[in-house]
Design a protein around this ligand. Structure first.
Ligand code: ATP
Length: 311
């Protein structure tokens, strides 16, 4: 790790910087143990250092965001977390387990679920069947029982179907449940992908650009679902997105990267004002406007209401 690029010391875990002050972390007393510890990670490809000495922690009910211009290393962090890439240096601990060297399936089995920048669903399968695939880590019956659809397999199937119906209700996609996913509008497909991740009943949810390509209405709906996932289901989230309004409005804390290096980590208000962040975005072209708009928005009002039933 190159020490000169180390992130600022992490803010106390999960400061519950929710704007109405009602965050689940508002309890007084000692900070809870982190759920995720990403420490001094370095990931190199030939000629490129995609992650250059990045450290952060995520608390057990936190909504943590990672931002940065294109190519900053955000997706690479998700790929390290989910076992797709193996870094050359550093350590990653999740729920007390060392993650490095584990296969993606094993990491998913530990309770880490992920959505992707580009939707990764089975287009010919129905919404229900796609969500059923998300139940994979909870299936306990053996192949023979499954083949005969008897006893345990039958009982489990009923339980899994009930769990999926809850997710379908939660995401308000009842009317699409029996349609092949490929026939559904883009925004609904993104919601189904979120549903598949929730069907896993994850301990941590990684959202990679959940509102990319969405219109304003779809973005607002998704923002409210993200808040509900954290606040009603109690699932902590790591969010990557270029929509600065969304990130600054939803996140408890934000890590900003540039060229793989951590620039700063802190509350949305602090990160937006940080001179290195402003400089990175001013040099970064496309998303500069997003950062400036987010600064203006946060001076006005919260774009995504947190009240119950706001959706
Ligand atoms: N498999 C790979 N092989 C070679 N280089 C890679 C690979 N994956 C990522 N990189 C490089 O690592 C750097 C970080 O990429 P990454 O996709 O993590 O950035 P990002 O912040 O997610 O970008 P974007 O916002 O455009 O999605 C880039 O320079 C990218 O080209």
């Amino acid at each position: 790790m190159s020490q000169q690029h180390a992130a600022s010391p992490a803010a106390p875990l999960a400061p519950a910087a929710t704007r109405d002050g009602s965050g689940a972390q508002a309890d007084r007393g000692a900070a809870p143990d982190p759920l995720l510890e990403f420490e001094d990670v370095v990931l190199r490809f030939a000629g490129v250092t995609a992650i250059d000495g990045v450290s952060f922690e995520v608390g057990p009910t936190e909504l943590f965001a990672v931002i940065g211009p294109n190519g900053a290393g955000k997706t690479s962090i998700f790929n390290v977390l989910s076992g797709v890439y193996r870094p050359q240096e550093g350590s990653v601990r999740f729920d007390g387990e060392d993650l490095l060297g584990r296969e993606p399936d094993e990491i998913a089995g530990l309770g880490m679920a992920r959505t992707f920048q580009n939707i990764e669903l089975f287009e010919n399968l129905t919404v229900i069947d796609n969500l059923m695939l998300g139940r994979h880590r909870h299936i306990r019956y053996g192949w023979l029982s499954g083949l005969l659809y008897a006893g345990r397999a039958k009982r489990e199937e009923v339980e899994h179907r009930a769990a999926i119906e809850e997710t379908i209700d939660f995401l308000e996609i009842e009317q699409y449940r029996k349609y092949p996913v490929g026939l559904l509008p883009y925004g609904i497909q993104k919601r189904v992908e979120l549903g598949r991740a929730l069907a896993m009943e994850p301990k941590l949810l990684l959202l990679d650009e959940p509102v990319a390509g969405m219109n304003v209405e779809e973005t607002e709906d998704t923002a409210r679902f993200i808040l509900d996932i954290r606040e009603e289901l109690g699932i902590p989230i790591i969010l990557v997105d270029h929509d600065m309004g969304l990130v600054m409005d939803l996140a408890d804390r934000v890590l900003c990267l540039d060229f793989g290096r951590p620039l700063t980590v802190g509350t949305p208000a602090d990160v937006q004002r940080h001179p290195d962040v402003i400089a990175a975005y001013l040099g970064g072209g496309d998303h500069t406007h997003d950062l400036i708009s987010a600064q203006h928005d946060s001076a006005d009002e919260t774009a995504y209401p947190r009240e119950e039933g706001a959706s």
